[in-house]
Design a protein around this ligand. Structure first.
Ligand SMILES: NC(=O)c1ccc[n+]([C@@H]2O[C@H](COP(=O)([O-])OP(=O)(O)OC[C@H]3O[C@@H](n4cnc5c(N)ncnc54)[C@H](O)[C@@H]3O)[C@@H](O)[C@H]2O)c1
Ligand SMILES: [Zn+2]
Ligand SMILES: [Zn+2]
Length: 382
């Protein structure tokens, strides 16, 4: 089969690999019909995630058709059209029993802090991902769901990570009616977090980025007020001014380890890797939230220490909530929102990249060229 393969930082290509086979009675093999590249894949691509091995296939957002099932699989059969959440999880451990699917204790022998994620390095379990023609899906009765007939492929693939993650970020914010919510980052995750904040009762939604084309999308898709941080000498002062000098009730970090906004921090965190990521967006979140407010962190950071202003967080009495998204927990509500027309996730799709040209897709997305917001990956296309 054809599969994207990591060769080292900034180097990916498509190679021939063996089609995965059933290794455990609970496995399914899924033929991928549509995948995507996530902002999280860029952290891998840039060499920021520990134990990203040469030869690994990335891709934690994919849908497909069941090709084969192991003898214990009861709820899926060959030919089923399925969506697969990015989390690999057992469904029955202490954490899964509490809905913490992203923290499953049974799927990742290499780490205790995180569960399993498809195509996300050996520190997340070493599972090959869906930027390929076929994927092995462990615990096939647990993660995947049948795609409802009325749902389009493009909406379904965005339900495997980007949309549920944005929605989860708004949930973690514990938004009360009328709250002011600031979302840092206008990538797919931030845009979905902004749109979801309205559904949870926000009174104002403000999105911050430095890419104007994405801020245009934030106004159009998420009906948000926007700030381009590159146009302000002190973005925190600007955000304080906009919020009666109190700060926002909720701030959502949808940027993570490669944040821009301070040359020194970006170089130290994202380029030289002297700390577990650039803490700029997270510190902006701690600064821009009001005392007693909530900071929701979706952005991914590395395991090493980072220069986070924790003293300020303590003195402001903040609530900080964070996790990798437990994707399937969000599906019932999101299915309804899509069916009712409140959310149309595929509106963020800007590129449909044939798997064979995925290296170009990574380059465009990494460099934020050609108005890119959400690139999908299409196996078999040319
Ligand atoms: N928690 C989860 O389950 C989960 C799931 C998916 C993605 N993520 C993480 O969410 C983050 C965003 O993902 P994405 O797909 O939207 O990525 P993306 O790269 O498309 O978007 C990131 C955006 O942040 C902007 N940005 C950079 N520095 C900024 C700053 N200081 N302030 C405001 N904006 C800034 C960039 O210009 C870009 O538009 C990544 O860190 C990703 O790893 C987490
Ligand atoms: Zn992702
Ligand atoms: Zn589990």
């Amino acid at each position: 089969m054809r599969a994207m393969v990591y060769r080292g930082p900034y180097k990916v290509r498509v190679e021939e690999k063996d089609i995965p086979s059933v290794e455990h009675p609970n496995d399914a093999i899924v033929r991928v019909t549509l995948g995507a590249i996530c902002g999280s894949d860029l952290h891998l691509y840039h060499g920021l995630i520990p134990d990203t091995r040469v030869g690994t296939t990335f891709g934690h957002e994919f849908i497909g058709v069941v090709e084969e099932v192991g003898p214990s699989v009861q709820h899926l059969k060959r030919g089923d059209r399925v969506m697969v959440p990015f989390n690999v999880y057992c469904g029955s451990c202490y954490f899964c029993a509490r809905g913490l699917y992203s923290n499953c204790h049974n799927v990742n022998p290499n780490a205790t802090a995180i569960g399993g994620i498809y195509g996300y390095s050996h520190s997340c379990g070493g599972y090959d991902g869906g930027q390929s023609e076929f994927v092995r899906v462990p615990f096939a009765d647990v993660g995947p769901s049948l795609i409802p007939d009325w749902m389009s492929d493009e909406d379904a693939v965005l339900l495997t990570d980007a949309l549920p993650t944005g929605y989860f970020g708004a949930q973690l914010g514990d938004i009360s009616e009328g709250d002011t919510v600031i979302v840092l980052g206008a990538g797919p995750v931030g845009l979905f977090a902004a749109a979801s904040s309205w559904l949870m009762g926000a009174g104002r939604v403000i999105v911050v980025d430095h890419l104007d084309y994405r801020l245009d999308k934030a106004r159009e898709f998420a009906h948000a007020e926007t700030y381009n941080f590159a146009e302000h000498r002190d973005i925190i002062l600007e955000l304080k001014r906009a919020t009666d000098y109190l700060g926002a009730d909720v701030v959502i970090d949808a940027v993570g380890a490669e944040a821009d906004g301070s040359f020194l921090q970006h170089v130290a965190g994202a380029k030289l890797k002297l700390q577990g990521g650039s803490p700029i967006a997270l510190n902006w979140a701690l600064d821009a939230v009001r005392k007693g407010g909530t900071v929701s962190v979706l952005g991914a950071y590395g395991p090493a220490p980072t220069g986070i202003k924790f003293g300020d967080a303590m003195n402001k009495g903040l609530t900080i909530r964070t996790n990798q998204c437990p994707v399937k927990r969000q599906w019932p509500r999101l299915f309804e929102h899509i069916r009712n027309g409140y959310l149309k996730p595929s509106e963020l799709v800007t590129h449909r990249i044939p798997l064979e040209h995925i290296a170009e897709g990574y380059h465009l997305f990494s460099s934020k060229l050609d108005g890119i917001i959400k690139p999908l990956v299409v196996p078999g296309a040319s």
